[in-house]
Write a protein that binds this ligand. Structure first.
Ligand SMILES: C[S@@+](CC[C@H](N)C(=O)[O-])C[C@H]1O[C@@H](n2cnc3c(N)ncnc32)[C@H](O)[C@@H]1O
Length: 262
């Protein structure tokens, strides 16, 4: 990893932080990001950008905590239960009409709750369906947690109790996802803003990831998602993420938060 360079302003800070982290904060809304960075600096006793960058260079625990603070990893199994109902009642049947095996992608998967929810949905309601799930995130720590697969009670607030019994094993470290679910999911490190995407995908879930992206970054990302889907493929967004004004990309709403490539 390269060393962070000294910075006096927010612009210097994001320039200095980029080579070390791979995270280019110019794609994120400045007001919100700057506020998050300053609140982290205050709570950890750092008063200026240069001194804080220096501390990030030498303290890997601080660096990891800061990266986690910036990327906001909050997730849950079956987050927004109504949308998962639409997914299993309408969207997956629609996709299976025209293609098998299905290729699904959870983009910004955090510690695995979303891709494992996809796997459990397919296993439970479409037991004969063939499918594979790619799950990606920019944060290597959440990917590690996803592969270990241990979860706490608050991850299950929207999970039907029978799923907990069927697809998890209770352990001292929390409930662990079973191998039968895990083997359907491949985790990979990826930066959505700079890396290449696979093509020919049937389904992409990208939820609660773009919240701090600039409008330009969002449009660029939704264009890349559209190119990545096969015609008829579906993009699933978060419950505050409407693709207003992006009709030119060739994504048509088929239900709230589900968009189909034309
Ligand atoms: C709030 S979590 C959402 C998790 C899950 N999709 C959900 O809705 O519950 C946002 C995730 O997006 C990831 N993320 C943020 N910027 C990213 C980027 N540029 N490339 C890939 N992942 C990113 C974060 O690391 C974090 O794990």
């Amino acid at each position: 990893m390269s060393k962070i360079t000294i910075a006096n302003t927010y612009e210097d800070f994001i320039k200095g932080f980029h080579p070390k982290s791979g995270l280019d904060l110019k794609f994120y809304k400045q007001n919100q990001m700057q506020r998050r960075i300053l609140s982290f600096m205050n709570s950890h006793g750092h008063a200026t950008f240069p001194e804080f960058l220096n501390a990030l260079n030498v303290d890997s625990v601080l660096y990891d905590a800061f990266f986690k603070h910036l990327t906001i990893n909050v997730s849950q199994f079956f987050r927004d239960a109504n949308q998962w109902k639409t997914l299993r009642e309408s969207i997956i049947p629609l996709l299976l009409q025209s293609k098998s095996p299905l290729k699904l992608w959870s983009a910004g998967c955090s510690s695995g709750q979303e891709p494992y929810s996809l796997a459990m949905t397919l296993m439970e309601y479409f037991p004969t369906a063939k499918f594979s799930i790619l799950a990606t995130d920019i944060d290597v720590n959440v990917l590690k947690q996803a592969k270990e697969g241990f979860y706490k009670q608050n991850d299950f607030a929207s999970t039907p109790p029978e799923f907990l019994q069927k697809y998890f094993t209770p352990t001292d470290k929390g409930h662990q996802i079973k191998d039968s679910v895990q083997r359907n999911v491949t985790f990979q490190h990826q930066n959505l803003l700079t890396d290449h995407f696979q093509t020919g995908l049937d389904f992409i879930a990208c939820r609660n990831v773009v919240i701090y992206f600039t409008e330009e970054a969002k449009e660029m990302l939704y264009k890349k998602f559209t190119d990545s889907l096969r015609p008829g493929g579906i993009l699933f967004t978060g419950s505050t993420e409407h693709l207003f004004g992006l009709g030119h990309l060739g994504l048509k709403p088929v239900s709230s938060f589900f968009y189909q490539k034309q």
